[in-house]
Ligand binder design. Structure first.
Ligand code: GP9
Ligand code: MN
Length: 428
């Protein structure tokens, strides 16, 4: 209701952080590629196995001087996994404590999502994914978000051995997406959701080009193989971008959506990371995923700010020079000086540059040690951080469960008319 909305607005007013003006509009009018790296964790960056880099193309991009890379960027998903990541990235709203908001609210809710916002700035918006359109209710949610096009499995060629796990293999998917990308009016915002690097990390012999790891844990050991395959698919895609010249007028955004290896595989992970143990603190650190923005001429470097998926939309809108002052977004520009570096996890745990909370245990983030004797000052700080985390999560939940955005329209915002959008949706 409207009283919930006023508490949300009050929160926004108190917590809004001005973006980094040095980066405002540096990508104005550029095409945007958002590449969703399925289950891709930060530890894979520069990771070596079997005498080779697992992901050389992603590593190269990570270290490129025209890439803004982040090494303290966390996934913040809950049960909705990929769906939560998509929701956060394009709305700066948290996933729900249970289930996936794309499924439960995606069809009916009012959103002020990236595609709608960018449509108004002359962008054509399209999502690409090699699974059936109904998965995570994408076919309906994307209309609510304003996606002009949704290229799902319905649009891609089929063949023997083309699919593995949840959909089209990444190399075929990226290759086959090209014909549609080429036809998009520019500037466009195109999101490509890969899927091969998904549990249980299956891949045909022909496409395996690195040995499995040797932890002895079957749910873990194929991970490097599919991660490498994803990296190669991206490498081929980057070459295509160069061939078309699209690399020159496009901004490339890459992110990992969530962990590939869950906290239930401590022994195997310790072995992978060459450590003797893997604690709950290590597991919190293990939730880091890549976030990179690449563009010719962009002032890059590895940025150490603590942030996460909730912060992507304000970051991108600033780079694109889109005014973003009265929207309902729970994140902040990752490049903003003096931003709040508290990273909230869906279960109320959090990480900051100083503190890490896992359940009822607090750690010193700088060294991973358990804080056993909290000083009064620390107690106060932790209580304040905890309160902030609870507040942002519960207010975001109210926005979604109460469909509060239908009561509030940012200045000048116009939602893309859903009735004008249609995708091929014959389901398998
Ligand atoms: C399926 C894919 C997988 O279409 O996006 O989602 P996940 O299992 O990672 O949430
Ligand atoms: Mn996923």
């Amino acid at each position: 209701d409207s009283s919930s909305m006023s508490s949300v607005l009050k929160y926004m007013k108190a917590n809004r952080v001005a973006p980094n003006v040095e980066y405002s509009g540096v990508a104005k009018g550029k095409n945007v590629f958002v590449i969703h790296l399925e289950s891709f964790q930060q530890f894979l960056i520069d990771y070596k196995w079997d005498g080779q880099e697992v992901t050389p193309n992603i590593n190269k991009l990570y270290h490129n001087q025209n890439t803004l890379s982040f090494d303290n960027f966390f996934n913040q998903v809950g049960q909705g996994k990929t769906a939560d990541a998509e929701l956060m990235l394009e709305n700066s709203l948290f996933g729900l404590p249970e289930g996936a908001a794309m499924v439960t609210q995606g069809t009916t809710n009012t959103f002020q999502a990236a595609p709608s916002i960018l449509n108004q700035h002359g962008y054509t918006t399209a999502s690409f994914h090699g699974d059936v359109p109904s998965f995570w209710n994408r076919d309906n949610t994307y209309k609510s978000w304003g996606y002009n096009y949704f290229f799902s499995s319905q649009y891609f060629k089929e063949g023997k051995g083309y699919n593995v796990g949840y959909g089209l293999k990444d190399k075929i998917f990226m290759q086959d997406s090209a014909q549609y990308i080429e036809q998009l009016p520019q500037p466009f915002y195109a999101k490509l959701i890969t899927v091969t690097n998904h549990y249980p990390y299956l891949l045909d012999k022909q496409n395996q080009s690195i040995a499995k790891t040797d932890t002895g844990d079957d749910t873990v050991d194929g991970y490097v193989q599919t991660a490498k395959y994803l990296d190669q698919a991206l490498g081929e895609f980057l070459i295509w971008l160069q061939k078309t010249g699209l690399d020159k007028n496009s901004m490339l955004v890459l992110y990992g959506d969530h962990y590939g290896i869950s906290g239930n595989h401590k022994k195997a992970v310790a072995k992978l990371l060459n450590r003797d143990k893997f604690t709950d603190f290590d597991n919190a650190q293990f939730q880091k995923v890549p976030f990179m923005v690449h563009m010719p001429g962009l002032k890059g470097g590895v940025n150490h700010t603590y942030g996460g998926e909730i912060d992507v939309l304000p970051t991108l809108l600033n780079l694109l020079g889109v005014k973003n002052e009265d929207t309902i977004q729970f994140g902040s520009d990752l490049l903003a000086p003096n931003r709040n570096q508290t990273v909230a996890f869906r279960n109320g745990d959090f990480v900051t540059p100083e503190y890490t909370k896992v359940g009822s245990t607090y750690y010193d983030t700088t060294n991973g040690k358990i804080l056993t004797h909290l000083t009064d000052v620390q107690k106060k700080q932790l209580a304040a951080i905890g309160k902030h985390v609870t507040e942002e999560l519960s207010l975001s939940d109210k926005v979604i469960t109460g469909d509060l955005l239908r009561f509030y329209t940012p200045k000048g915002f116009e939602r893309t008319d859903k009735t004008m959008i249609s995708y091929k949706v014959k389901d398998a």
